[in-house]
Write a protein that binds this ligand. Structure first.
Ligand code: DAT
Ligand code: MG
Length: 151
């Protein structure tokens, strides 16, 4: 439905490189609705939850170190098929494979510094939104232009 939500986060490399605005711009102009956003320095606890499935990967310690190295900008975006569409906008996990035109394909070279996170399924999105945001931090509001975005 048009109320599907996903978690998008600009990672520490993206914040350091001042790419926050570029990332937001792409989701805004696509037509998605921003319903939550904050800058925070993530601690190991939240990242251990967030990357639970990767805990046995050889790159896991470096991943956690990088993700705690500076602030991230966490966002919740809403709209039709937003989980799938945002993964397409973000591009392949491995920046070397990411197509030009995607965020990773335009702004990054290597998998270990791939600028942005986006949830990979509706179920994971719900879990990640609950992990990164209190429900009171999410705002329900009416987009004035939905007749130009949806039928
Ligand atoms: P994605 O972020 O596209 O969902 P993922 O969930 O498989 O990818 O992995 C999470 C992050 O872990 C990824 O964005 C960057 C890091 N990562 C994945 N594979 C890696 C690798 N082979 N070497 C270094 N970092 C890696
Ligand atoms: Mg993932």
């Amino acid at each position: 439905g048009i109320q599907e939500r996903t978690l998008v986060a600009v990672k520490p490399d993206g914040v350091q490189r001042r790419l926050v605005g570029d990332v937001i711009k792409r989701f805004e102009r696509r037509g998605f609705k921003l319903v939550g956003m904050k800058l925070l320095q993530a601690n190991e606890g939240i990242l251990a939850e967030h990357y639970h499935e990767l805990r046995r990967k050889p790159f896991y310690p470096a991943l956690i170190h990088y993700m705690t190295s500076g602030p991230v900008v966490a966002m919740v975006w809403e709209g039709y098929n937003v989980v799938r569409t945002s993964r397409a906008m973000v591009g392949d996990t491995d920046s070397a494979e990411a197509k030009p035109g995607t965020i990773r394909g335009d702004f990054s070279i290597h998998v270990s510094r791939n600028v942005v996170h986006a949830s990979d399924s509706v179920e994971m999105a719900q879990r990640e939104i609950n992990l990164w945001f209190h429900s009171s931090e999410l705002v329900d509001w009416d987009c004035c232009d939905y007749s130009n975005t949806y039928q």
